[in-house]
Write a protein that binds this ligand. Sequence first.
Ligand code: GLA
Length: 730
Amino acid sequence: MSITINAAGTRFKLDTRHTSYAFGVGPSGYLNHYYYGAKLPDVPETFDALDRDFLGLSFSPYRQLKHIEDSRNIALQECATHAAGDYRISSVIVCDSLGCNSTDPQFVSAKVFPGRPAIEGLPHARVNDDPTVETLEVTLRDPATGVEYLLDYTVFPEQDCIVRSMLIRNASAGRVVIERAMSFCLDLNNMDYDLVQVHGSYGRERFGFSRTPLHTGLQTIFSSRNSSGHDHNPAFALMEKGATEDHGGVLGGMLVYSANFSIEIEGDPFFRTRIVGGIGNDFSWTLESGETFRTPEAILTWSSDGLGGMSRNFHDMLRDHLIRPRWAHQERPILVNNWEGTYMNFNREKLLAIADSAAECGVEMFVLDDGWFGHRDDDHSSLGDWFVYEKKVGSLKTLAEEINRKGLVFGLWFEPEMISEDSELYKAHPDWVFTAPGRERTYGRHQLVLNMGIPAVVDYLFDTISAVLRSAPIAYMKWDFNRQPAEISNPLLPPERQKEAAHRFMLGTYELHRRLLEEFPDLLIEGCSGGGGRFDAGILFYTPQIWTSDNTDAIDRLFIQSCTSLFYPCSAQGAHVSVCPNHGTARTTPLETRGLVALAGTFGYELDMTKMTAEEKETVRQQCAMYHQYHHLVLNGDQYRLADPWDGRCCQWEFAAKDGSEAIVIDVLFRQIIHPGTRFVRLRGLNPDAMYREIGTGRVFSGAFLMNAGITLKPDGRDYIAQLLHFKAV
Ligand code: GLA
């Protein structure tokens, strides 16, 4: 049992393998948070001991003061009230038909059931027949409005994760308007944490992270780009003071959502922390009597094994319970994508020639990128016209079949949510584009955005895209999203409901994913957004991999892939070998290094393979063989970040089998220093008592030796040199 409730039905304890989360009904009917951290063996009855003595009531209002927690401003809450005497940030605001938005839900009942509630229309964690998954559903009710709030806590014991979401039900007779509906609220009784967040921009997505001490006042991670965006990511970590990559307590959270989001962390005047996260702030949603609204989910985890432990919990959770099971633990075909090889300047012969060279080297899939549809030769036209540019590529069906005959499966690029003014679609439906009445339009890459909140748009895209997918043997789809919407509105909604438009846009996009996958359940989709501008758990629910960045420079990728791995598994990170000098950074790195960096992702090539020398092709052949030899460790194993690129010299990633029987280390030295002393590597995740053979040298070490003493690495006087070490239990 992962959920225990005391005899009175008022204290709740959620246990995973290594963590406990405890809360209960406070003296005046709110849900009070007691604890989240390393596992507590105690039963729920003992939680009263977690009530803290508290000094500092002044200027904290109350109704009847029987207990200090009667003051909402002092109670640690699971669902933070609004305009009812709590002056911290709220997690829910619902405005009644009189225009009053005081929101003050109180406990009604709780129930436990196996699995989790059905979630329609939103990406979500999947049970996948795991009998250990259970849900606690707590019903709160605001006596003033009659609106009900169902807080769901689904416990995934094996992954040390708790998934939270909230359903708001308008059980009142009138209309209410949701002004804020956060996916979770978590009040911690101290402020002794550092906030970790990842940041970047186009070409530098999740290129770095910041670690800043919490302080009183607000720190926010957000996106208002109508997409999770390149700049920030809907995920955070709170590290205990002194916690490191390998040690100490770390609380992590991520939203299963891909549009505007806000994660707000408030240090209160009593040195405590409130965290709320969910749909971003430019939002409201009207509920008529009887209607419901479900928030996106949030996944929370705790690890006592530092930031690395938190990452591994998230990796397991996403692979075991979020990414489509069809692909989550399945090797993806090694691909060659023609984008950096040809951009839009290609013809059928060129594509077939690249496929020929790729087939010679062991590549397994050819992906035709942008430029195959409408009359698209540059980025000014044709988005939305999902019919084949036959003058350029001939018949798509015979092209795909010819590529199949060479031994490669075929993949194709789309950009569903986009439209060019120079397109048949725009001529027919200028009204399908986001526009704000009386305002000049904004463009991004010369293109406009389709309003996915209009069901006819989703129907059109489903019909045209599925027709292409049906017309030829297409195994893979790259789903791009190359600008972020502005002028968000929805012509189907009255003026007072326009703040629903952004969320409805996202729901329409999710619906298109769902419908396509319903018809093409085996289709492998790679998410993409001008590189990695929509890398989040919402998209990962539909697309088992996401293109991490248009920046394919192997050295920059060390930073990007390391930082992305704080929250997302490497097996979901699109990573390709491209040419040198790199098109983005002009840096030249050895092909071997580019290969090893890409091996820590989904692996593939993005260059004109016809231009490779015989020697380079031989290297590619070896790299393809290495992918098959090692990828199961990236796909199913535990990742350890042994050396951080931010330290300025080298990056080391280890991928170890879960049973400790095998591990690889990818080591890239990118900045030599003079007289560097000894470099060494110390592994993690091995069995200390087992003996391991180093493949290649044949040397044998104990797991304890490899993890504690470590082995030295051969000195090499050059920058950008990489090596792969492989250890197998004997
Ligand atoms: C985006 C993608 C690239 C490529 C181009 C095509 O930038 O990230 O990989 O598909 O679009 O226009």
